[in-house]
Design a protein around this ligand. Structure first.
Ligand SMILES: Nc1ncnc2c1ncn2[C@@H]1O[C@H](COP(=O)(O)OP(=O)(O)OP(=O)(O)O)[C@@H](O)[C@H]1O
Ligand SMILES: [Mg+2]
Length: 387
């Protein structure tokens, strides 16, 4: 097989993506250097979908662009399969990318935009047609084939960008907020389509989003990024139920925090004093006696009742959401968020009602109190540039 033939072949063997100590420093105006990405290491198994989740400006796009080869790392290395690709141009990395800004070819029709990667790989015309039509159908773009990108809505353009990347069935697929412009229903439909296609073809996918629901529902693993650094890597359940830091706990889901201190530890059960009461909390971590801690209680782990439980409080706000009801309950000077499924038989509490709070033991989680991560700060500022 010649070099050209090898490169024109559509390759879809799953490959792992490994990134070691990746850093990108931008030299900004006013002599300030910004570490957009700061010492990030990732190990992404072949055929899995990993999301990079974090607030705007935390460095998600920069990580993706370095993996794709559109941005040169300041330091660190990138490996795709068994190749170190730092010096390999983007079109030789056997990956496809959906850009946050779509980056469609303006002078080409929708059909030609989607067909582009297949033509580059010199597939026969019948194969190109078959695959492009299948993509148009999957993306609900039938009838748009002959239009130019500027004759499409934002959501349609986003779907063309997605089709253009998926159609080549790359070994590695990079997706930068690919569904941000779609309405809620279409977003869920497309999310499911991307996931099933990725699993069916065994593509390794890196999916950037700031939407925690999307990250939790789609991913094999989630990488939470804050100010250019990896804050935690784990399965969706680990990230949600056992966050390592206050930042992860508040960025993913709704978090109630209660200040407390450690009274005793017996194996993986920790006795803590919280709001003048004693509670036991499961924890694998070793704690010091007397150590200040933060107790994380998710809203669905609080069960409201009329009985005399350990904690009682006053309902301050009630929001009916259809399938569930959200309550804000004031307990010992704290406002806690609780959520109950809205069944017909559920007693609906009203503002000013006195209620008891039963905290579900297995859902409680302890964090060190000293961890004060300023939650939504921009990228770390490094030393000012000289001159
Ligand atoms: N070319 C550039 N020159 C200077 N600074 C840049 C450049 N590109 C990005 N940055 C800065 O690097 C940081 C990370 O940007 P990046 O686009 O990676 O964030 P992001 O997580 O993708 O955000 P968003 O969710 O808003 O897309 C930001 O502070 C951004 O302003
Ligand atoms: Mg971005």
């Amino acid at each position: 097989m010649s070099q050209t033939q090898r490169e024109s072949r559509v390759s879809n063997a799953p490959k792992d993506v490994r990134v070691f100590n990746l850093t990108k420093v931008y030299h900004g105006a006013a002599g300030r250097n910004v570490a957009a990405v700061n010492d990030v290491s990732l190990d992404i198994a072949p055929g899995t979908l990993v999301t990079l989740l974090g607030p705007s400006g935390c460095g998600k796009t920069t990580v993706l662009r370095m993996i794709a080869g559109f941005e040169t790392p300041t330091s660190g290395s990138i490996h795709i399969g068994d190749r170190m690709v730092n010096n390999v141009p983007p079109n030789r990395r056997d990956l496809a990318m959906v850009f946050q800004s779509y980056a469609l070819f303006p002078h080409m029709s929708v059909f030609e935009n989607v067909a582009y990667g297949l033509r580059m790989r010199r597939l026969p015309q019948s194969e190109v047609q078959r695959r492009v039509w299948a993509m148009m159908e999957m993306m609900h773009l039938e009838g748009c084939e002959e239009r130019a990108p500027n004759q499409l809505s934002g959501g349609q353009q986003q779907r063309v960008a997605l089709a253009r990347a998926l159609v080549v069935e790359p070994s590695v697929l990079l997706l930068d907020e690919p569904l941000s412009n779609l309405d809620a229903k279409l977003r869920i439909y497309m999310r499911d389509e991307i996931r099933s296609l990725q699993q069916r073809l065994g593509i390794t996918a890196i999916y950037v989003t700031h939407d925690q629901q999307e990250a939790l529902s789609l991913s094999d693993r989630v990488v939470v990024i804050n100010r250019g650094r990896v804050e935690q890597v784990g399965t969706p359940q680990e990230i949600y139920q056992r966050p390592n830091t206050e930042f992860v706990a508040t960025f993913v889901g709704t978090a109630n925090f209660l200040q407390g201190s450690v009274l005793a530890q017996h194996g993986e059960e920790v006795a803590v004093r919280v709001m003048d009461q004693h509670l036991t909390v499961p924890s694998e971590h070793r704690w010091q006696l007397g150590e200040p801690v933060m107790l994380l209680v998710r809203p669905e782990a609080i069960h409201l009742g009329r009985e005399d439980e350990t904690f009682t409080g006053i309902v301050r706000r009630v929001s009916f959401l259809g399938a569930s009801v959200e309550y804000q309950v004031e307990v010992g000077g704290n406002l806690l968020n609780a959520v109950e499924p809205a069944q017909v038989s559920t007693p609906l509490y009203s503002v000013e009602d006195r209620v008891s709070l039963n905290l579900e033991h297995s859902s409680l989680h302890l964090l060190p109190a000293s961890d004060h991560n300023a939650a939504f700060e921009p990228a770390t500022l490094l030393r000012p540039a000289v001159g």
